[in-house]
Design a protein around this ligand. Structure first.
Ligand code: 5AD
Ligand code: SF4
Ligand code: FES
Length: 364
């Protein structure tokens, strides 16, 4: 038996095992890992891929993460917030297309007007869908009261990527101030979970100075956190950010892509019953990147519902796909993409994380 086969047979991976799997560089070995992960996905959460319609609500952000194109410090960036009618139209489209769920994402803001606005929109979306549309929020760090208000208004999942689980690396990619505190972010994750949300997190892969050991710690962090959903994808440089200057020390795009596939596959083996997204950034590095992510263990895809006129203004990284394709085009395209992987499409269902359902039953 090869070392790879021996590791794959284990019930629980040690850190050394994870490092070994993430370091596989021979194509035949990587293929064994990816197809094993896909088979574990199918025998655990099934063959369905679920849609989460993405609404990029606003690019106004009070933060200054060094890697992100819509950071406050990027004064070249025009700012927008979608009017209520447009947001509700997107939600209606998702409902009518039978998506099951949507995700509202925006830059971070926590003033009371914003909090109330989101609360209002949540209630309206629930109303227009007869309470049927599942709603995920991805609106950054908020107070316990805000998380609770939004939960009560109808949101039931919350995504907050830890970005990188290493304290030192975190402080390399963020300014060192209270607004970008590593401890606050870790606390926020616990808080979100304690309120009753399905908890989503994730990391960027291939950041400057990030090692395979760092990434194996990220996977162990996600496992320890007991997340229900994970979205992780390659770091892609944006020329209007401070981190662009490190572009010379990055691993190649091909390596970043393959490493991202191995991260998805290893995570699926470590946490077989969670939901894992095929991140849009995968498609920036490979024309069939999202399909490959599905084949490696992902089971969630997020068609972009944001009106085309705003898309240019929500470029967290360079080369984001689907800049000119509207919601119906992307939907049609993604249905084709999912089918090409031999997966089924979970239309009209929330597609909750099985992990969460188990967690509810056991009261953990
Ligand atoms: N490359 C890849 N992902 C990025 N994000 C922000 N900037 C980049 C980038 N340059 C991701 C972060 C954030 C999510 C909304 O987008 O992980 O949590
Ligand atoms: Fe704001 Fe999020 Fe970008 Fe950071 S990653 S600058 S919090 S939008
Ligand atoms: Fe948007 Fe293909 S996913 S056009």
């Amino acid at each position: 038996m090869t070392i790879l086969e021996k590791i794959l047979k284990k019930k629980k991976f040690s850190k050394q095992d994870i490092i070994y799997l993430l370091s596989l560089f021979r194509k035949d070995e990587q293929d064994i890992l990816l197809s094993y992960s896909r088979s574990i996905k199918e025998s655990t959460v099934g063959k369905k891929v679920y849609f989460r319609g993405l609404i990029e609500y606003s690019n106004i952000c009070v933060k200054n993460c060094y890697y992100c194109g819509i950071r406050l410090g990027n004064k070249l960036q025009e700012r927008y917030t979608m009017p209520d009618e447009e947001v509700l139209e997107c939600a209606k489209f998702a409902y009518e297309q039978n998506y099951g769920s949507i995700v509202i994402q925006s830059g971070e803001r926590s003033n009371i007007r914003f909090v109330k606005k989101i609360e209002h929109l949540l209630k309206e979306m629930k109303k227009l869908s007869d309470n049927k549309l599942g709603i995920t929020l991805s609106l950054g760090e908020q107070s316990a009261e805000t998380y609770r208000r939004w939960f009560e208004a109808g949101a039931h999942r919350y995504l907050l990527r830890i970005e990188t689980s290493g304290r030192e690396l975190y402080s390399k990619y963020h300014p060192s101030n209270e607004l970008h505190s590593y401890d606050n972010r870790v606390e926020a994750l616990a808080l979100i979970k304690s309120i009753g949300y399905q908890l989503g997190t994730g990391v960027m892969i291939g950041l400057p100075g990030q090692s395979i050991e760092n990434l194996s710690n990220d996977l162990l962090f996600i496992k320890q956190l007991d997340a229900d959903m994970v979205g992780m994808g390659p770091y892609i440089e944006n020329e209007h950010t401070p981190m662009y200057k490190d572009k010379g020390i990055l691993i190649s795009k091909k390596e970043r892509f393959d490493l991202s596939l191995r991260m998805i596959a290893v995570l699926r083996l470590m946490m077989p019953d969670i939901n894992i997204a095929a991140a849009t950034a995968m498609q920036t590095l490979d024309p069939v990147g999202r399909e490959k992510a599905i084949n490696a263990g992902a089971n969630i895809i997020m068609p972009n519902l944001t009106p085309v006129k705003y898309r240019e203004s929500y470029q967290l990284y360079d080369g984001k796909p689907c800049m000119d394709e509207d919601a119906s085009k992307c939907t049609g395209c993604l249905i084709g993409r999912i089918k090409s992987t031999g997966s089924d499409i979970g239309l009209g269902e929330w597609g909750d994380s099985k992990h969460f359902i188990k967690r509810l039953k056991t009261g953990k």
